[in-house]
Design a protein around this ligand. Structure first.
Ligand SMILES: C[S@@+](CC[C@H](N)C(=O)[O-])C[C@H]1O[C@@H](n2cnc3c(N)ncnc32)[C@H](O)[C@@H]1O
Length: 190
């Protein structure tokens, strides 16, 4: 993605969250119950994969492109770090910041150059973000760097499915035309 396109997308991103913050402040919109729902889904998925050691509250977790709150806020962990290039804006928005979990450490930064120690995390979460980044290869390299050798990556992509659209990686019969479908993939970094 070019720098100019990334900056434009980030401007739209900011406007989206700013409006949502205003609606939440005016009590015209529900709060971020979807983060809780998505964290519960992730916990179920990890248990299903017999990765129970990641959900016992002892894991170190990093989330990239967390948005203002992030799934990490609802995930049981001993250490939670959330990184986003819009962090300064999110932190400065009272309505959005009020919904945060104080035990998450929010850091300003980008996935291409994570402000984090190498080999530190058991679980990396990147949800609805990889298609927003400037350089996918650099982000994947950074995810591998910060994960422990046996660390787990949880990556989700939101797919907008139109009648004639097809995505080779995803069986089209599992997508319904006109519906937004979240495809979740869990894989080991090693
Ligand atoms: C569609 S929002 C999703 C936010 C959150 N993950 C969620 O699902 O609500 C995409 C997020 O990715 C962030 N982002 C954009 N470029 C990024 C990059 N290079 N590295 C990390 N995050 C990035 C944006 O600032 C934004 O917060």
């Amino acid at each position: 993605m070019t720098n100019e396109r990334w900056r434009t997308a980030q401007r739209y991103e900011k406007e989206y969250w700013e409006k949502l913050g205003e609606r939440i402040a005016a009590r015209a919109s529900s709060q971020f119950t979807w983060y809780q729902w998505r964290a519960d889904q992730l916990i179920d998925r990890l248990r299903h994969l017999q990765l129970d050691q990641l959900v016992d509250g002892q894991a170190r977790v990093i989330e990239i492109g967390s948005g203002p709150v992030g799934l990490a806020a609802y995930f049981p962990a001993v250490e939670r770090v959330a990184v986003d290039p819009l962090e300064n804006f999110y932190a400065g928005n009272k309505a959005l910041a009020a919904l945060r979990n104080p035990s998450v450490e929010y850091r300003q930064g980008a996935g291409e150059q994570l402000p984090c120690e190498s080999g530190r995390y058991d679980l990396a979460i990147i949800e609805n973000c990889i298609d927003h980044v400037h350089d996918v290869t650099a982000v994947m390299g950074e995810l591998a760097r910060v994960l422990k050798p046996q660390g787990v990556l949880y990556l989700t992509v939101t797919v907008s499915c139109h009648r004639f659209a097809s995505t080779p990686a995803i069986p089209t019969r599992s997508l319904q035309p006109g519906r937004r479908t979240c495809c979740r993939m869990v894989c080991s970094a090693s």
